[in-house]
Design a protein around this ligand. Sequence first.
Ligand SMILES: [Zn+2]
Length: 350
Amino acid sequence: MALSRKYGKSVGEIIKIKSDFFEKNEEMLQLSAHQADSLLIQPKRTKCKICHGAIGETAGQEVLYESQRMGYYQCPICGHINSAYEDNEDFASRVYIADDYLANYSEADRQKYEARRDTIYIPKARFLIDALEQDGIKKKDIKLLDDGAGSGYFVAALRQLGIENVDGIEISEPQVQFANTMNGEDILTQVDAPDIASIIETADVNVATFIGVLEHITNLDEILGSIKNNKKIRYIYFSVPMFSMSCIFEAAHQNCYNRHAGGTHTHLFTESSLAYMAKSIGFEEYATWKFGSDMMDLYRMVCVCLDQNGNSRLREYFGNKFLPMIDELQETVDRHEEASEIHMIIKRKA
Ligand SMILES: [Zn+2]
């Protein structure tokens, strides 16, 4: 199959799932401020996260923009967007705090789990399976390791679609327990962070997946190196946050929660930094699906600002007018390659 690019996805059901962002702006901003505090005490970044080129203040570079007290620099070599401070181990230990997971789960929890799996993760899984099939890899030939599997939604979705040879690894023990309970069998394995690179390097799999994971990895070089060295891995499927319209909307609305740049997202990808990363480990773009949340972010920010300005009554009017357009507007953003998120399958070069 030739390189393919697909754009757009309906946001309908996702608005319900992410309603916290609308109703809890102040709490989310506070959390984000705590995460920014944790990054601002780290050493200043001097090297690009992706290509290691000199960046930032010490390289005499001008900041590209600032948002929520954090400066962002664009790498002159690969185009990656790096925060001014390093996302090191100390930062990670401060911001990745284990969520509370209930000891007992109800049937309603299971239904919620399955709804999230079906709404958000089945389409991601189907995209991968279809792309591999077009490259001659049948379902039964897929051997897959999902790194940073979280609550197991993606692994569960793959299994739902008939992929049998799939494992997921995750650092958080409560999340692994939650995933295994929700699925009624052990679909994930708990692993410790220092072991992950060697697990990837020796895994007997042809596909490695990182859904919303690469941007959080402090030792990204080591993880990428382990993929490069494991020649059995032919495809990598990842989703990452992009430097995009959402970043601009956030920079313009400093009283609204910054979902995208900031928090645990300390650097953002661009088309050129993704190409650089793929090339550095001997891979190239194979199939891409772009759908962002930029228009949803804009919608949320306008709603929050209306509330803040005493214009809450306009929210409903705005929603009735804007939401019917939102998929079309976002698809335009996606087609212009400005989406906040990218799903990409890269393939090892022959
Ligand atoms: Zn760079």
